[in-house]
Structure formats: structure tokens, C-alpha cells
Design a protein. Sequence first.
Lengths: 288, 465
Amino acid sequence: MKRFWCLFFMIWPVLALYVCWIAPSMGWWFPFTGPTGMKAASPLGERIDDLFYMILYITTATFVGTQIALGYVLFKGAAATDEGNTEKAWYSHGSHNLEVIWTIVPACVLLFIALYQMDVWAQYRVKDSFPSETKQGAIAEVTARQFEWRIRYPGLGPDGKPLPLMPEPQPTDLYTVNDLHAVVGKAVMIILETQDVQHSFFLPELRVKQDAVPGLDIPVWFKASKSGDYTLLCAELCGWGHYKMKARMVAETEDKYLEFLQNLTKSQNYDGVPETPAEGAPVASAAE
Amino acid sequence: MRSKLVALVLCSGMLFVCGCGRTEPQFSYREGLSPRVQEYVRTTVDEKFGTPHKIRVWDKLPIQAHTALATVGEGSKDNSLVVDISGASRPIEPGTEVVWVGGTIMPRGSAPVTVEAFTKDKNLLSLVAAPPAAPKAGDKIVIGPGQTLTHGRLLYAEHCQHCHGVAGDGQGPTAPYLNVRPRDYRKGLFKFTSTKEGMKAHRSDLARVIEDGIPGTYMPSFKLLKPEESHAIIEYVLFLAMRGESEFQMNNLLASDYSDASVANRIKDGETQEKVIEEFVTRVKEGEIDEEVNQRNEKMIADWVSAQAEDAVIVPKEKRNASDEESIKRGRELYLSGNLNCVACHGESGLGDGVQTYSVTKNTDTGKDNVEPGLYDTWGNKLKPRNLRLGMYRGGRRPIDIYARIEAGIKGTPMPAFGAKLTEQQKWDIVNYVLELPHELRTPGTGVAPASPATKPAPVATTAH
């Protein structure tokens, strides 16, 4: 019976390992509904995933090691109480050397992780390390609000190219709700704001998550590696309608993006008068 | 051990009683009528509209309640019909029920006939089994009876109900926490419409609000809904609006004689409670009240039908003129003019702080002075005239949206329709001015003055000594 319990307690770590092993292929860890499937949909996202897996490998090794040690101790203890065993209990005040080892080794591991991830962190969050493409300025201002995303794009200039985004609203600006468009394969920056409480700008497929904080204009950049529709969620419990706060991010080619802005300009300036009145329409004949 | 067991049993018992109980959603009703009269109103409304779980499709209502309506055409065989679809509101999927309207093909109690497949380009509807009798050309059929409304009800419960309430009364559980109150549909009135003065909302107006939300209020955008989902919600909201309005009309009709207050007055004047009720019962029996109610329903239905017509939508007769300095200046002059008197509510600088916001106003229903000064809407909520400098346009920011506000007003609010008072170009001038206001940083009307270097002040010290 003793050995049954030893085995019973050893089954769980094995099961945990198995579940972790199959998790990626089952889509339990990362969102997998986007255009790129299980893979992160941005280059930085892939590096973030690599970091995740590296930490996972370290913790797995630690976990396996400690579980084997635990199993060894369990079986040894079980054997010690077998009938006819004459081994005596022994007393210990601990081992100084061992304690030094298990303090220094994890400290080194943590220090390694801290240093190893700095580059990714800087690229992700420190504005000076943003890709040079984002230096041209933000493509849109995304304002979170209970419970939707309001987006302000700069309008198109006379040359047909988007104007620079100004901090204050301009008469030429274009507006959408819950519909963020960006050029695929290009690092783009948005300015994140909130009108009311804290929200969080979350593009799960691109592994981008940034809190929107009242009073702050926060630059966020991302680069979608494949065109298609991505999910944009709020990842900060912001009130009773938090679950509603879902939008889409459309990554598309430069041409399509400009076309989108052109259509937006057209619909936003729509004055309700049909473009070309049909021939012989009453309006035209009355004017004659 | 024993006390723990008792505690466990008690806890799970509590959970069973309180936590797992389910209450059926119920439509709410207006109150204030004498109980017997109230009962009459309730039964009449329920007869026509049903309950949330048993919706009745009153076929007089201009609602697309079914998946599709169709007429059987020539060349139909037993279970393969050539159909002429007249009103399709959603895709026809296999398994959808088909019902014959009138005729003897499907007697009461016969097994339902369902769709096996629908070929759209050939208009061919194949059924799983042949109907009990051979279909004839010209038979009218309903595909998916009431399906749009049922789907709409589920989506409404998921997305809308917690603010707008089960019956669309704007009294959902989250409503008390919102400081722009959710719309009460039960007057059949929606504020931001593209239709002409005094007309009800067009379907596309509801669609736009669902898609884009209303900035400045708690109504969020539901852009990610599929078109048929948004359509189903709109039909259900229209259904609730018509149900509510029908009840509202009945209450209005009966309130003068049978509201709690009028009955109390009549008793004071010497009548007895029994007499009053008896009089009501005879009036119902003679059909007098039913007839009156029917007339009002007919009018409501006609109003909704006419609002969906093509000519109900406002189309400016002339194109918008360029938003240049001249036009904006003219717009501002009109804005300030005594004729239009925009400033009375929106204020001279467009901040929404006109004198009306602190004047005693009259209640639109009772005609008496409101207790608190300020502006009110038809629903009795206190209103702030829009601050035009925020660049936040609840009914949409397209020029046509603002044109429609000026042309037809905002329904249910003190914002009047100016359509008859202005020429086309004048309306566009005001639109241009309103769109310019948020970007005007200094002197109203002049735009942003170019910066000029400060002049050196004249020396003052020389004459002092």
C-alpha cells in the first residue's frame, strides 16, 4: 500500500508534463484563430513566444528534477519502514553547502532571464528602440472608452498620402469605431488613450498588450506579418460591459489601406445627395 | 465533524435555493390604471404580441419576422418547389420549417415540413418530405416562421437587455448606473433618424446606431455583429417599440376616464367604484374601446410603414456648398439670429449653456411647469443641449447627419425642425459652421488668427519724471 501511494503521487507530475507537452498542439496556450494560426502574427510576437518557451524549458527541467528527487525520497522512506529493516533515523541541522547552491543557482537563472529578455522588452516598450519605420509618426489615435474603441486617423493630403497625425483633432481627420486598419508587414505605431477608466489594448495574435491609462498618451507599435482580420480586445476589467469591448484589427496591403482611407473620406463627407441624378429626374427638369 | 456536515448541507441548500433559481423574463407593463382596466390592457397587448417566450407575430405589423416569405411558382413537384422569394431577411438553411399560409395543404396538427436545401440561383426549394397535399402555383408560404424574431430575442438578451430591459423600457439592471439613460423604445420614438420631420425611424437609422454606437452615451458600437444578427436585433427592437407604443396608446386612451387619479376624482364626484368599472365593462362589450384601440394601432402601423418608404428619408435638394470662410460666417450669423435662436439652448459660443438650460420650461405631456429648471426630453429625462465644441456628434458626424438634425430636429427632444425656415444653402451654411466649431480655437467666427509678433510697448518712464 505504501508503494501504491508513492506511485500515486508520482503520476501527477507525469500527467502535468504530458499536458504541457501536448498543450501547444491543442492550442491551449496561445490564440490560434488568427491568419497565422498557432504562430505569433508579428516578428516581435515570435520573439516573445521564444522567451515564453525558454522559461518553460527552464521550469520544466527544474520541475522534472525536483519531482524525481521527491520520488526518490518517497520510495526510500517507504523502504526504510519495511519489516526487518534496521536502519536508524538520523538527525540533521541542514547543509550549508546545499543551501548556498540552491540559492545561487536559481539566482543565476533569474539573472540570466532578466538580462536575456531586455532586448525584447526595450523593442517592445522603449520608444528609442522602436523600429525606424515608426519614427514617421503614429497612424492613428486609439481611444478606449466604456465599452468600445474609437479610432481617429489623419485624413488624406492633396497628394493622396495620409497626413501626419496631430495631437488635437483636425477637420480632415477620419473616424471609425471598433475598426483599426494597418498596413501589413510594416511596423506601425498608434497612440493609445482612454476617455474614462483603465483599459488595455490587447492584440492576442500579435502578442501585444498595453494598458491605456487616463491622462497618458501611450505609443504602441506592432507589425502584422500576414494580412487578415485580427482580434482586438480589452484586457483590463473596465466595467460591466468589459466583455463587449471587442474590435477588429485589419492588416492589409498599402493599396488596400489607402483605399480604406479614401472610402472613409467619402462616407464621412457624404452629404446625402445622390452622386449623379438619373436622367430626366424631376430635380433636373424643374431647374430647366 | 457533524457541525461541518451541517454547514455543508446548509450551504449547498442555500446555493440550490438562491443561486440556481431561474426566473422567466417578463415584459413589463405601464402602470397607473385602475386594476380592472389594467388587466384589459394587459390581455389585449399579450393577445397581439405574446410574451418573451411565446412571441406572437401579428402579421399586420411591418416587421420582417420570418426567414422569408415566398409564393410557389409553376413547375413545382411534390417536395421540390419553385418559389418566388418576396421578403428574405436571412439565409434559408436546411432544417428550416415551411408553413403554408391559408389553404388546406397543411391541416392543423400535421407534422412540420422542413427545408432540405435551397438553391438560390434556381429559386429551387427542396423539402425533406412532400407536404400532405400537392402544392399549387400561387400558394403563399412562410419559410422559418418567426425565426428572425426568435433569433433577435436571443441576441437582444445577450447584448441589449441589461440596459434596455426585457420590454425595451430602458429599465434593465445596469440602467440606473448610466447617466445618459438608455432609450425607452415604448413610445415608438428614436432620436437620431434620417427621416423627415415628425416621422418615425427608418431601419437604417437603427442599423447605424448599432454599428457605430452613440458617442457621448453608453451605447457602444456592435460592429462585429454579422449582418443577419444586426438585422434580427433591429426587427426585435421594432417589435418591442410597436408593442410598447400600442400599449402606450391604450394607456393614453383610457387614462382620462380610468386612471387611478381619474377614478378617485369620479368617486369624489358621487360615482361609485362599481359603477365606473361596470361602465368600462359595457364599453368593452359594445366594442367601442376595441374599435378605438384598433384605430390607434392602425395609425401606428401606417406611421411605421410610411417611415420605411423611400421618400421618408431626407435628401437635400442641393449639394453641400464648400466649407469656406464665407459659408461659415453665414452659418454663424444664422446660428446667432433671432429667427432660429440656436443660442437659446446651445449658447453663444456653442458650449450648450444657453438661457434655456436654466429657465423654467413646460412639461410636454402635462403642459405644466417642470419642477427643476432646464430642458427635458419626452421621456422626462433632463437634457443638456449639445456642446458643439467637443466634436462629438451623437447622431453621426457626416454632413448629412447634421443636415438631418437641422432639417427634422431631434425627435423626442426640444431640438426643433428648422427645415421650413431655411433655404438649402442656409442649412448647409449651418452644417459647415457646426462642423467648424470644434476646430475654432479663438474668436468665434473668425477661425484661428495667424500669430503675429508682439509689438514693443511704448516706453512710459520718460514722462513720469
